[in-house]
Ligand binder design. Sequence first.
Ligand SMILES: Cc1cc2nc3c(=O)[nH]c(=O)nc-3n(C[C@H](O)[C@H](O)[C@H](O)COP(=O)(O)O)c2cc1C
Length: 431
Amino acid sequence: MRSNRLSHLFGISSFGESHGPAIGLLIDSPPPNLDFPSDELHAALMRRGYQGDFSTSRTEADQLEILSGVFEGKTTGMPLCVIVRNCDAKSEDYEALKDVFRPGHADYSWFQKFQIYDYRGGGRASGRESLARVIAADLSQNLLKDIKIEIICKQIGELKASPTATIAEHNPFHWPDPANYRALLKTLEDIKSRGDSLGGILQVTASNIPPGLGDPIYEKLSANIAKAMFSIGTVRGILFGDGLNLASWPGSQVNDRFAAGKLASNHHGGIVGGVSNGQDIVFDLVIRPISSISIPQETMDKAGKPCQISIKGRHDVCHIPRLIPVVEAMLQICLADAIQYQRLISGDDADLTGLRESLDKIDEELLTLLYRRRAIVHEVKRYKEQNHLPPKDPAREKEILDKAAQIAREIKLPEEQVQDIIKLTLRISDT
Ligand SMILES: Cc1cc2nc3c(=O)[nH]c(=O)nc-3n(C[C@H](O)[C@H](O)[C@H](O)COP(=O)(O)O)c2cc1C
């Protein structure tokens, strides 16, 4: 499956592992004439690579190496390939963990799936992969126009910022509450001295959002944002608008009313029915503590033998400063995708590249569906074999074709050709 595709926009995919030669990004059809890399990108990379008392001591300059697609500082519209070399990987730190599953890491589940995994620094599951996301977001900037994204950290461990503190202070954690910032640093010192780690809650606000972004039902903006956020390691929850309160407050309290020709409140975080309503998009992210801790933990090796580990590699105590630019980047990419789509409906600035992007996305979805259909047909075949049922069922095939013809009539597509496609689909699914 295409799980390394970052977004449908421009066909962005990423590659690379934590201790491989490089992390990289390939963009199939970037828009031409964009400044690349921008000054904002350098700033975002610096923030992602943040070095502080509570972050990993792995130091990387994160220098971009552009292999193709940029000429005289601008994208040419040709495939853009960028890599960032891994210069400070110390794979020997991980030698002792070679055959041991680290609790909380992707090791065990990935091993179950692939029967092989790169144990060095988490391989592709490493936070280092997030570099690709930050670079990719740079190319979506011109679509975002005036959209502004603000992220504050409301909670780390059990320590909460005051609910009235809503503006990120100039500290790496975006902690908004100067009154207990020292208490935060003390909490982190304690956790560090115990060899443990902490997560927290981020509050994300995107303002100047045009109404109409997102598509109903299966391409809801809220669903796509949630997917983008959950694709980031350690994100464990997302709550839009009033979040958990929406479960306990009555409808009369949470319906966003209209006054003076506009919405007068924002209980639902700017997205209703999967489509943005022009209010700020607001959501909280629940972040788990990172898994690498030096406290000894019970685990097992690949043979299932119980053992103990204490993780010695370099890792964060609290990775929130590094996470913030990644969250920002994924939201930018997600909003840019939605903006690109909305242009198709509104007819605003529809251009050939944008239209082709959308067609490519539809074709890709068709093929993915075909792949899934074939996988299910194989399951059906297996089931029939095990239960001694005949492999072919002409009545069922007729039912499928009749249904397709009926839908074709309803949505005014040529009935016979649709039936031909379905027949072909049945044949491909059977291969
Ligand atoms: C920016 C960033 C930095 C991270 N740093 C670390 C780290 O230093 N140590 C660690 O164990 N996990 C770190 N992680 C988390 C792991 O990548 C992630 O938890 C792990 O692969 C398991 O995936 P999951 O959290 O999605 O289940 C980081 C994640 C991000 C996004």
